[in-house]
Design a protein around this ligand. Structure first.
Ligand code: NAP
Length: 361
């Protein structure tokens, strides 16, 4: 790419916003030129606004320290300086829906980490390896919004990324029933142990709204695009429990599964390790070379050893074995703020750029 696309980050001071900032440091296609947050942060430099809240392992990139934080609500002002934005603001769902549409209507594409538009009919919700074809919905969305280049695209919830890629890889065997329990990291709530000390040596058996998302969103991702709409996948039926556990980064899922046609374990592993999609074919900058790895050791995947597989963009699966009640059971792990949040959105933006939906203004 001759000239990098100019990027704005809405909610740049938060946990996911910071992850965007880190992932985009030295990105070959995108350059962060605008950071926006609440009116509380507006007018301060990024460094001042974040202060002691920097939560990444790597230092704050020099290039953003002196950027002056804009007010997310000053849409025209922010949009004027950028080619597209990533959205990671924490507002009410109605406010997020409205503000993301307002940005799209300024002809600024919005790639969102938020859940507000995940069920808006003409907004694609994409894991690029699985359903990049759903981006075609954007053409219909632009007609509704009356835009030529502005649109909204979203990525799904972080919890589903530890098992949904397997369901896609195993499609030909007809996944029929799935029982999943997720063990979710505290960074998924925008927290570290410093600001959530109650989580040390603790488990909380409730994450608001998470079980519904974990059961329903895979059916949209696995659905088919035809004639301007997504038809939800009819199977598998998914039931899920989501637990908050004392882990900083990394969502683990323990999963039981039944198939229409029961495959062998070897067939299942072969499909996992060979599964790829548009990001690998187009060699997108953030694409993991291998999307899903299978670990043979009985004690893998482990958060500490495997969460950063493929720079946090890959999914680790292990402990696949036959079960006494279901056909199989297995354990999955993915990085919730990389693959499950900012990294997944960056990969969506790269796919949208490669497909021509995002261009310089
Ligand atoms: N953490 C995850 O792994 C994860 C995964 C998937 C989805 N999400 C979703 O992503 C969004 C951000 O999550 P987070 O964990 O990064 O949250 P966070 O750390 O609390 O950050 C929230 C961001 O939104 C801004 N903000 C808050 N209230 C605002 C308002 N009234 N107007 C404008 N901006 C406002 C904050 O700005 P100030 O600093 O100025 O307050 C900050 O930049 C949430 O919707 C969350 O549900 C998070």
């Amino acid at each position: 790419m001759e000239q990098k696309l100019k990027v704005g980050i809405l909610g740049a001071t938060g946990m996911v916003g910071q992850r965007f900032i880190s992932l985009l440091e030295n990105h070959p296609w995108f350059e962060v030129v605008k950071v926006a947050a609440s009116p509380r942060s507006a007018g301060k430099t990024y460094e001042e606004a974040v202060g002691g809240r920097w939560k990444m392992d790597t230092p704050m990139p020099e290039a953003v320290k002196k950027l002056v934080v804009a007010n997310v609500n000053e849409v025209e002002k922010v949009a004027a300086d950028v080619d597209f934005v990533f959205s990671a603001v924490d507002m009410t769902k109605d406010e997020i829906r409205a503000i993301e549409e307002a940005y799209a209507k300024t002809e600024t594409p919005v790639v969102s980490n938020n859940s507000a538009h995940r069920w808006t009919k003409d907004v694609p919700m994409v894991v690029p390896e699985i359903n990049a074809a759903h981006f075609e919905l954007i053409n219909d969305q632009k007609k509704r919004l009356g835009t030529t280049r502005g649109f909204i695209a979203v990525k799904p919830n972080c919890s589903i990324q530890s098992y949904t890629p397997c369901l896609a890889a195993w499609k030909e065997f007809g996944p029929k029933e799935v029982v999943a329990t997720t063990y979710q990291a505290i960074s998924g709530a925008g927290k570290t142990f410093k600001d959530w000390p109650e989580m040390v040596e603790n488990i909380i058996p409730y994450i608001g709204g998470e079980e519904e998302k974990s059961e329903q969103e895979p059916l949209r991702v696995l659905g088919t695009y035809e004639n301007g709409q997504i038809t939800l996948a009819e199977s598998p039926k998914i039931t899920c429990q989501c637990l908050r556990v004392p882990v900083l980064n990394g969502h683990t899922a323990a999963v039981f599964i039944n198939f229409e046609k029961k495959p062998t374990k070897e067939q299942l592993i072969e499909k996992l390790v060979n599964f790829k999609g548009f990001p690998q074919e187009a060699e997108l900058p953030s694409a993991p070379k291998q999307f899903i790895q299978y670990l043979e050791e009985d004690n893998r995947p482990q958060v500490k050893m495997d969460v950063d597989y493929e720079n946090g963009m890959g999914v680790s699966i292990g402990r696949l074995r036959e079960d006494s009640m279901f056909d199989y059971k297995f354990v999955g792990l993915s990085h919730n703020t990389v693959r499950g949040a900012a990294g997944g959105a960056v990969l969506c933006a790269e796919a949208l750029t490669a497909k021509g939906y995002i261009q310089a203004k």
